[in-house]
Design a protein around this ligand. Structure first.
Ligand SMILES: NC(=O)c1ccc[n+]([C@@H]2O[C@H](COP(=O)([O-])OP(=O)(O)OC[C@H]3O[C@@H](n4cnc5c(N)ncnc54)[C@H](OP(=O)(O)O)[C@@H]3O)[C@@H](O)[C@H]2O)c1
Length: 269
């Protein structure tokens, strides 16, 4: 039997997780209760997922076994203050807000709660997300597994100590932006060589998707997979040499470090 899951906030991310949970009947619709202040968001869910429970009252969702807070970070504090009396000490509270620490959330609850900080990324919107999970004090292993099952429905998951969340944020949260810059540049290069733009985007995106899948599914080292494409005296090694001369690798390494440093700075603010 599944736990009941409550959501407060049914926007982009809340909606994506709910869709993932209900795809292939991973979760029963009757075990999901969603609260949102926007009536239209709830109407859309009611139509799309018959059987799901929707409400305009956050306290109703708060009575679930697992409660996902899927509102914008700036609304967390007021949402928590309004529902904290309605939550059982056994409820697992899941946060998905970028930059919000376990300590800050615990402080808003004001008393000991089981809190799990998570960080999904935008590819979760197409069920190819990467989510890091950092459990707070007092969260048991089986409770971590229950949270993991939720995010496994929209991609892959890793469990990380909160101290690594800032580096994770650059590697998975921000990296889609770096990847889109890479894809745009690759397509620009192809357009320069005469390939129509729309086709160039499709080709570049599929090459990236296929390469990522090849690495994940074979478990082979990325250097080995790169070497497989570089025949002696061939075309690819020419491009590899150009990328090395242009500082491609060091630009990415520095980008991840700068992004992590900024996440740390914002976390302290
Ligand atoms: N989108 C992403 O890719 C992504 C990635 C990682 C993490 N996150 C995190 O996910 C969280 C949600 O982001 P999102 O992009 O899904 O936001 P969103 O699309 O704005 O969804 C939030 C929903 O909550 C509703 N809401 C606002 N105040 C509320 C309240 N007091 N009680 C109940 N519902 C309320 C909003 O209604 P209104 O529109 O009327 O305000 C909206 O329908 C954020 O904390 C964000 O940091 C998002």
């Amino acid at each position: 039997m599944n736990d009941t899951i409550g959501f407060i906030g049914a926007g982009n991310m809340g909606g994506a997780i709910i869709s993932g949970l209900l795809a292939d009947r991973k979760w029963a619709a009757k075990d999901i209760i969603v609260a949102d202040s926007r009536a239209e968001a709830l109407t859309v869910l009611d139509e799309k997922f018959p059987g799901i429970r929707t409400t305009g009252d956050n306290s109703e969702a708060a009575s679930s076994d697992i409660l996902v807070l899927a509102v914008k970070p700036q609304v967390y504090q007021s949402v928590i203050h309004a529902i904290r009396e309605d939550i059982s000490p056994e409820t697992i509270i899941v946060t998905i807000a970028a930059g919000l620490t376990l300590a800050a959330v615990a402080d808003w609850f004001g008393e000991s709660r089981k809190i799990v900080r998570t960080m999904p990324n935008t590819p979760a919107l197409v069920s190819e997300g990467m989510t890091a999970i950092s459990p707070g004090p007092g969260v048991k292993d089986e409770e971590i597994q229950a949270v993991k099952r939720i995010f496994d429905a929209v991609g892959r998951t890793v469990v990380l100590p909160e101290s690594q969340m800032d580096a994770y944020t650059s590697l998975a949260g921000s990296s889609p932006a770096f990847v889109f810059m890479f894809l745009e540049s690759l397509a620009d290069g192809a357009v320069r060589e005469g390939i129509p733009r729309k086709m160039a985007y499709e080709i570049a995106a599929q090459a990236l998707l296929g390469s990522a899948k090849l690495m994940l599914e074979t478990g082979r080292h990325p250097g080995e997979l790169k070497d497989m494409v570089c025949s002696p005296g061939g075309t690819t090694i020419e491009a590899v040499a150009t990328l090395e001369a242009s500082g491609f690798r060091s630009a990415l390494i520095e980008a991840v470090s700068d992004c992590t440093a900024r996440a740390k700075e914002l976390g302290k603010a």
